[in-house]
Design a binder for this molecule. Structure first.
Ligand SMILES: *[C@@H]1O[C@H](CO)[C@@H](O)[C@H](O)[C@H]1NC(C)=O
Ligand SMILES: *[C@@H]1O[C@H](CO)[C@@H](O)[C@H](O)[C@H]1NC(C)=O
Ligand SMILES: *[C@@H]1O[C@H](CO)[C@@H](O)[C@H](O)[C@H]1NC(C)=O
Ligand SMILES: *[C@@H]1O[C@H](CO)[C@@H](O)[C@H](O)[C@H]1NC(C)=O
Ligand SMILES: *[C@@H]1O[C@H](CO)[C@@H](O)[C@H](O)[C@H]1NC(C)=O
Ligand SMILES: *[C@@H]1O[C@H](CO)[C@@H](O)[C@H](O)[C@H]1NC(C)=O
Ligand SMILES: *[C@@H]1O[C@H](CO)[C@@H](O)[C@H](O)[C@H]1NC(C)=O
Ligand SMILES: *[C@@H]1O[C@H](CO)[C@@H](O)[C@H](O)[C@H]1NC(C)=O
Length: 444
C-alpha cells in the first residue's frame, strides 16, 4: 500500500491510498477529531450510479462501497450522507473505496437528522485542515480532494471515466499561479462596497518574463454557474491542475484565465435573503458590468492580448447563459466561446426555449461575426441542460456554423462533467485555427 496524499495534521485528515485491490484500486480514509462533538456525518460526497439506472431525474443511490466498473458520481445534493464511526470519544473515522475523480465533502457535527443541519445553524463545517480555496470567506462551503484512476479496476469499455486530468501536474516550474484580485465595480457589495473580486490563473513563465513587456498572453474569461462564485473553478474543479496539464503537455498555449464572479456584484433590493447569500443579476446585466469595469481593468493590469481573436469567454450552466449573452451581444469582442452545459435557457426552470429563439439567420445577417467564432458546446447525457445545449447545436447546424462539441456519456450537471468539458475545450477548441473543421483538435 502506498499513501499518496495526506492532508491535515491536528484535527482532521484525508488519506488517499493506492491499494491495488478491488473494487477500485484506491481507498480514502477521512478522519476528524473534536472533543466537543458526539457525532459526525460526512456530507456533500456523492453516491454512485450506473448508466442502466440513470436518467435526468433518477439514479441508483449506490454507496461508494458498492462500486462496480462503469459506476460514476451522481448528485451529492440529494441525501448523500455518510455517518462516521466513532472510535473513541471525539475521534471519528470513515473509509471507502473511491473511483477516479475530484470529490467535495463537508462535516455535519452533532446532527441527529442530516436533512435539518446546515451552515446557518453552524453544524456544517468544511475540513479545518483542508480548507476550501475562497475569495470571500464562507463563499465555498466544501473541501475537496482528488482520487486517481486505476485501469485495472475502473476500466469500463463504453465510458471514459479516467479523470486524472485534474491531478496535480509537473513540478513547481511547470505550475501556474492562482491569485485573487479586486477591481473597482460601482454597485458591488462583495468583498466590499464598490470593489469586486476575481480569481486569475497566470501560466508558468508569466512571472519569469515579467520584465518583458512585449510578451502578451491570450486571455480566457471562465465563469462559474448559478449559486456559485469566483473561487468555484479552483475549489471544486481544480482548474489550475487542468490548465497546468493542458499547457505542460502542449495542448494549449500558455493562457491567462480570469474567473470573474457575479456573487455580490449588485445589491438586490427586492430580495434581502438573496442579497445575504448570492445575487442573481441577469446575463445582460452581468455582461454589461463585466465589460464596463472588469475587462478594461484586466487589460490594464495583466500582459494579455488586446485582440479579439486571442480572447475567449466560457462558462458553465448559468455561466453558459452569460456566454450566450456575450456571443450574441458582444460578438466581436471575443474570438472563442465555450458553452459548458447550457446556452440560452435563461428561464427559471432551465427549460430550453424554442429553436426560433436561438441564434438564427436574421441575427447572423445583422451580425455576420456570429458565423465565424470558435464555438465549443458540451453537455452530459444526464444533464438538466441537455436539451438547451442540443438546441444550440441545432441552431448552429442550421446556420452551417462548424463547432467543436463534447458529449459526456456519464455526465450530469456537476463538476466532473465541467472538468471533462474544460479538458476537451482546452485540447480541441481554444485558440485552434478558425474556421473549425472536422480535423480541429486532432493530432495533438
Ligand atoms: C468543534 O466542534 C464545535 C461544535 O461542537 C464546532 O463549533 C467547532 O467548529 C469544531 N472545531 C473544529 C476545529 O472543527
Ligand atoms: C429528518 O427530517 C426530515 C425533514 O423534516 C424528515 O422528513 C425525516 O423523516 C427526518 N428523518 C428522521 C430519521 O427523523
Ligand atoms: C437551517 O436549519 C434551520 C433549522 O433546521 C432552519 O430553520 C433554517 O431555515 C435552515 N437554513 C437554511 C439556509 O437552510
Ligand atoms: C515548490 O513550491 C512549494 C509551494 O510554493 C514550496 O513549498 C516548495 O519548496 C517548492 N519546491 C521546490 C523544489 O522549489
Ligand atoms: C520577450 O518577448 C519576445 C516576444 O514574445 C520574445 O521573442 C523574447 O524572447 C522575450 N525575451 C525574453 C528575455 O524573455
Ligand atoms: C494592442 O496592443 C498593441 C501592442 O501589443 C498596440 O500596438 C495596439 O495599439 C493595441 N491596440 C489597441 C486597439 O489598443
Ligand atoms: C431570430 O431571433 C431573434 C432573437 O431571438 C427573434 O427576434 C427573431 O424573431 C428570430 N427570427 C426568426 C426568423 O426566427
Ligand atoms: C447551409 O449549407 C447548405 C448546403 O450547402 C445550404 O443548402 C444552405 O443554404 C446553407 N444554409 C445557410 C444558412 O447558409
Amino acid at each position: 500500500m502506498e499513501i499518496l496524499f495526506f492532508i491535515g495534521l491536528a484535527s482532521a485528515a484525508v488519506t488517499v491510498t493506492k491499494t491495488s485491490q478491488g473494487p477500485t484500486g484506491y481507498e480514502v480514509t477521512i478522519s476528524y477529531q473534536n472533543a466537543s462533538v458526539d457525532s459526525v456525518i460526512i456530507s456533500s460526497l456523492p453516491h454512485l450510479t450506473d448508466q442502466y439506472s440513470t436518467s435526468f431525474w433518477s439514479y441508483a443511490n449506490f454507496d461508494l462501497a458498492e462500486y462496480k466498473p462503469g459506476d460514476f458520481q451522481r448528485d451529492p445534493q440529494v441525501g448523500s450522507y455518510y455517518p462516521m464511526e466513532q472510535t473513541s470519544p471525539g475521534e471519528f473515522t470513515w473509509t471507502r473505496p473511491f473511483p477516479s475523480g475530484t470529490y467535495q465533502y463537508s462535516f455535519l457535527l452533532n446532527c441527529a437528522n442530516a436533512s435539518l443541519c446546515n451552515t446557518t445553524t453552524g453544524q456544517e463545517i468544511t475540513d479545518p485542515t483542508n480548507p476550501p480555496f475562497e475569495t470571500v470567506a464562507g463563499s465555498e462551503l466544501v473541501s475537496s480532494f482528488q482520487v486517481p484512476y486505476d485501469p485495472e479496476f475502473q476500466y469500463y469499455p463504453d465510458l471514459p471515466l479516467n479523470q486524472d486530468y485534474a491531478l496535480p501536474y509537473g513540478n513547481n516550474a511547470s505550475k501556474g499561479r492562482i491569485e485573487i484580485g479586486t477591481y473597482p465595480s460601482p454597485g458591488s457589495i462583495s468583498p466590499s462596497d464598490g470593489i469586486h473580486d476575481y480569481v486569475v490563473y497566470l501560466p508558468a513563465g508569466y512571472d519569469d518574463d515579467a520584465s518583458n513587456s512585449s510578451t502578451v498572453y491570450p486571455l480566457l474569461y471562465l465563469s462559474h454557474g448559478g449559486n456559485g462564485a469566483a473561487a468555484d473553478w479552483q475549489n471544486q474543479g481544480y482548474i489550475s491542475n487542468l490548465l497546468d496539464r493542458l499547457i505542460g503537455e502542449g495542448h494549449l498555449e500558455p493562457t491567462v484565465v480570469v474567473m470573474p464572479t457575479w456573487y455580490g456584484i449588485l445589491p438586490n433590493t427586492t430580495n434581502p435573503q438573496a442579497l445575504e447569500q448570492r445575487n442573481y443579476p441577469t446575463p445582460p446585466v452581468i455582461a454589461e458590468l463585466y465589460s464596463r469595469y472588469l475587462f478594461p481593468y484586466i487589460e490594464d493590469n495583466y500582459r494579455v492580448s488586446n485582440e479579439s481573436s486571442r480572447r475567449a469567454f466560457a462558462g458553465l450552466s448559468q455561466g453558459a447563459f452569460v456566454t450566450y449573452e456575450f456571443y450574441t451581444a458582444y460578438t466581436s469582442y471575443f474570438g472563442y466561446f465555450g458553452f459548458l452545459s447550457g446556452a440560452a435557457a435563461t428561464n427559471s426552470e432551465n427549460e430550453a426555449p424554442p429553436l426560433s429563439e436561438y441564434v438564427n439567420a436574421s441575427m447572423a445577417a445583422a451580425n455576420p461575426d456570429l458565423l465565424d467564432r470558435g464555438i465549443f458546446v458540451s453537455y452530459g447525457q444526464y444533464d438538466v441542460l441537455y436539451t438547451d445545449a442540443r438546441r444550440m447545436q441545432e441552431a448552429l447546424d442550421a446556420l452551417n456554423v462548424t463547432y467543436v462539441s463534447r458529449f459526456i456519456p456519464w455526465g450530469y450537471h456537476f463538476w466532473n462533467t465541467w472538468q471533462d468539458a474544460f479538458w476537451h475545450f482546452g485540447r480541441a477548441a481554444l485558440w485552434q485555427p478558425l474556421p473549425f473543421t472536422r480535423y480541429t483538435g486532432y493530432g495533438q
